[in-house]
Design a protein around this ligand. Sequence first.
Ligand SMILES: [Zn+2]
Length: 247
Amino acid sequence: MRMTKTRTATLIAVAALTGLLAGCGRLLPDAAIPPPGPTASVVSGTGVIDRPIDAGTFGWLDRATASPQQCEAELRAARVTFAPTPDRVNGPTCGLTAAGVLGADYGTVARMAPSDVTMTCKLAAAVSVWRRQSVEPAAREILGSEVVQIDHMGVYACRGVRTDAGFTARASAHSRAAALDFSGVRLRDGRRITVAGDWAGDTPEARFLRRIRDEGCRVFGTVLSPDYNAVHADHLHLEAERGRLCR
Ligand SMILES: [Zn+2]
């Protein structure tokens, strides 16, 4: 009789504890829930950033970076430093979602200047693919030197799309930190290649810039170059969102 009472009391205690734990589980914030299964873990050196560019690159990159956890796992596997930042709303069309600070890429040589730039994880992954699979090999093949620095004019700007006639009301991808304005590279042998100074003509420098623009079109959703309009005479606008405009 005494044993039965104890057992009943134990069962009640276990049931109560189970109920409490279940309740706790529902109260956990989203951030504490582990990222989904195998997609969030990528074996070092085998992820999307180490895959050569082909006709399907935009699609498979888009899928591989669909969730922030998956995107961050891809960057980690490629030894690209990316520190996520909290989502932030800066206005009706401006703010940061699934963004972070892109730091050094320890899997390769070229560094961004300015360094440590805030952008969406999708853009960080696209920039990393482009750097390793296009910019660096193209410089070796066409210019015979190593890219040590990638110069840019920034990512985040809360503004409308800029045209030759001025700013429009439509929000630019820059207002979501989803586009990088690339201005040129510096090579190990000291040469500096710029979109502003080297785009025209048929020099090796011009061929290098056109090749990384064309390959960029397979990596980014939208790429705008000096061929598009005068506003882009000194940079390539590289946008990681869906758009499929390339010129
Ligand atoms: Zn731009």
